[in-house]
Design a protein around this ligand. Structure first.
Ligand SMILES: NC(=O)c1ccc[n+]([C@@H]2O[C@H](COP(=O)([O-])OP(=O)(O)OC[C@H]3O[C@@H](n4cnc5c(N)ncnc54)[C@H](O)[C@@H]3O)[C@@H](O)[C@H]2O)c1
Length: 360
């Protein structure tokens, strides 16, 4: 069994400490996941803040810590690098761009640089870029270098959502017609997950057009720049005719309605409700509750990293490969573009690619 050397950039919550927060499925941080995946050896970390580097060394026994990630890459012969910085590159609690010229885009900067430096496997936190122009750069660099790539849209790697996707693909609800996401959410931090999950559940058909609205409704986008991560709602039209909506209430649930039933992922992935058309003869027109096999919980981050390793070894695309991640990022930013155009439908690919949206 070949083992792979891992370095983490950004030694905060996602890189190192998020398991302390009481989330249901563990391990969660990249460092904790390396401890349970035999093929991964955590050998180095990089953070701009000295206290984060020291805490990482204490916690994981990794002495090779660097202020400059490029020095880490040069010194450590890394097979896999996890980009776990904030998207803006600013330290928390910064949650707004300091001025209209600020276009900090740490995930995009690091991903392009790491791909061009020849790191073979990358885990990149979401959203992968803050504008479509920067996402285009990532697409180009990752493809040119043959980098094996996944991002942190982790419902895509969660067994429970896999079970929903499988049931839909196996025809349990007939032909899917509509898909709905339930939760109030910010655009780049939250809806990158909701759009990705809707796409994943439907088998990743292309999104043809997007319609959306930002809050506050009278917010005017100026200078191709949104200085904060706005609340948003959206509609998507997929190429196979399926329509999709985001409802700004509820607790991160997803429902797909088909011609012969519907399936709903409930309580943020904790359970699944399936309803199917039974024997309609002499009955009301309705669907009955149906059995679906229980799902064994597993860390979605472990599954994501295992997918990276397997894709690398087998020479196959990852589940969250760069084309799909780029497309979802474009659809997410298109929600704001639609808002700018009075919430009219906008077709993908977008012509305007420079709109910058700040997020954490
Ligand atoms: N997918 C998920 O479930 C999930 C969960 C938590 C966080 N996240 C994402 O992970 C990212 C990080 O979030 P967090 O909560 O861990 O943030 P955090 O502030 O706890 O950690 C980020 C760290 O990155 C460091 N950093 C910033 N720029 C750097 C650079 N150029 N080089 C080295 N270090 C640098 C900072 O000093 C900080 O310590 C965010 O994009 C967030 O959305 C995803």
């Amino acid at each position: 069994m070949k083992t792979y050397r891992v370095g983490i950039i950004g030694l905060g919550r996602m890189g190192s400490t998020i398991d302390d927060e009481g989330h249901a499925v563990k391990p969660y941080s990249i460092a904790a996941c390396c401890e349970v995946i035999d093929q991964l050896e955590l050998v180095a970390g990089s953070d701009l803040q000295a206290d984060k580097r020291a805490a990482f060394t204490r916690r994981w026994g990794v002495g090779a810590v660097y202020e400059d990630y490029l020095e880490m890459v040069a010194q450590e012969s890394l097979d896999l690098v996890a980009v776990c910085t904030t998207a803006s590159g600013l330290f928390k609690p910064a949650n707004e761009a300091p001025d209209v010229n600020f276009r900090g885009d740490s995930h995009a900067d690091l991903t392009v640089s790491l791909a061009n430096a020849g790191v073979p496997m990358l885990y990149v936190e979401k959203a992968m870029a803050s504008s479509i122009t920067r996402a285009d750069e990532i697409l180009k660099a990752v493809k040119a270098n043959g980098t094996v790539f996944n991002t942190g849209v982790l419902r895509r790697f969660n067994e429970s959502y896999h079970a929903v996707r499988r049931a839909i693909a196996e025809g349990e609800i007939g032909e899917p017609k509509a898909a709905i996401h339930y939760a109030a959410s910010s655009l780049m931090h939250g809806h990158i997950h909701s759009i990705d999950t809707l796409s994943f559940l439907l088998g990743d058909p292309k999104i043809e057009a997007v319609c959306g609205e930002l809050l506050p409704r009278d917010f005017a986008i100026e200078n191709n720049h949104i200085a904060f991560d706005p609340r948003a709602t959206f509609q998507l039209r997929f190429e196979n005719g399926i329509e999709s909506w985001s409802v700004p209430a509820g607790g991160w649930e997803f429902e797909v309605i088909g011609t012969k039933g519907c399936i709903r992922s409930i309580n943020n992935g904790d359970g699944i409700k399936l309803r199917k058309a039974g024997d309609m003869v002499g009955k009301r027109q309705g669907w009955d509750d149906a059995e679906i096999a229980p799902v064994e919980p597993k860390s979605h981050v472990v599954s994501c990293l295992e997918d990276l390793i397997d894709a690398y070894e087998q020479g196959r695309p990852t589940l969250g490969h760069v084309e799909v991640a780029h497309h979802i990022t474009e659809a997410c930013i298109a929600v704001a573009e639609s808002h700018r155009r009075g919430s009219s439908w906008v077709n993908l690919p977008l012509e305007e690619r420079d709109l910058y949206i700040f997020h954490v």
